[in-house]
Design a protein around this ligand. Structure first.
Ligand code: URA
Length: 269
């Protein structure tokens, strides 16, 4: 690594490592080695640090020893002997229709959310849905190949807001709304709502629910625990992103300020 330009001296603490890898901007045309590895879709930045520590990452044929090394244009980076290069991240907001599975592939050949997103060859490599919606749940679903962002958005620590509209066969009584506000005891623990209201009072068959947890079938289970039948469930917002202007089954790319906002939300630069 003698010829490699070093940006920093001394061995940083874990805290330094965390702060610098997440908050320091890249210099023009350069990209920090751990980020480069993560952007190539090899693993997260943290795991990249470990690979670098183990000497498994080479820059221009030599084992790299510093995760803060700034990869220069023209550098050749290898992980486990394979040359890697960062890919362009893409961020897709899909308005998921019914009868579609939230997965990258289905061994039973059922229609998946991936079947709805057509991108130029190569551009969609590594794309996957961020979290999941049930087969018959419709609405806002984010897909990306930015693994680090996706994993943070899915981590309960970040308490990402999800808003749903649920339609029920029978009217939901005001005292049941109060029960939902207090929390519903499910078999995997108490499930709470952050906000709840009738969407169009005095219609009591349609309620808006905001939660930040992402447990499996959480909304359906909460409603069903009160003896109600769910007629339809739509996610109308995810992390304040909505598909209000996207027709069912269609998608759009996020625009840069939306991507910046998402990254900020989960403390990524
Ligand atoms: N809660 C559910 O019950 N289903 C979904 O698809 C999403 C949240």
């Amino acid at each position: 690594m003698a010829e490699h330009k070093r940006k920093k001296r001394g061995r940083p603490t874990r805290r330094d490592r965390r702060e610098t890898s997440e908050t320091r901007p890249d210099d023009e045309g350069e990209i920090r080695l751990n980020k480069y590895v993560a952007r190539a879709g090899v693993c997260s930045r943290r795991k990249a640090d470990a690979l670098i520590d183990q000497g498994l990452v080479k820059v221009n044929g030599e084992a790299a020893s510093e995760y803060w090394y700034q990869v220069q244009p023209g550098d050749v980076v290898e992980v486990n002997g394979r040359v890697i290069s960062p890919r362009q991240f893409i961020y897709i907001l899909l308005n998921k229709p019914k009868d579609t599975i939230t997965t990258t592939s289905d061994e039973r050949g059922r229609k998946t959310v991936m079947d709805l997103v057509h991108l130029p060859a190569g551009e969609g490599d590594g794309l996957f849905p961020v979290g999941r919606l049930d087969r018959d749940t419709t609405g806002t679903l984010l897909l990306t190949n930015d693994g680090e962002l996706a994993h943070r958005l899915m981590h309960p620590r970040h308490e990402i807001m999800k808003r749903y509209v649920v339609q029920t066969r029978r009217a939901v009584k005001p005292h049941e709304i109060d029960q939902l506000k207090r929390g519903i005891d499910l078999d995997d623990g108490l499930a709470r709502v952050d906000q709840i209201a009738y969407v169009r009072p005095p219609n009591h068959h349609e309620i808006g629910i905001e939660i930040h947890e992402g447990r499996n079938r959480q909304v359906r289970r909460m409603i069903e625990a009160l003896g109600h039948e769910v007629v339809s469930l739509e996610r109308v917002a995810y992390a304040k992103l909505t598909t209000a202007r996207v027709r069912r089954g269609k998608w759009r790319r996020l625009v840069s300020h939306e991507i910046r906002r998402l990254r900020k939300l989960v403390h990524l630069k």
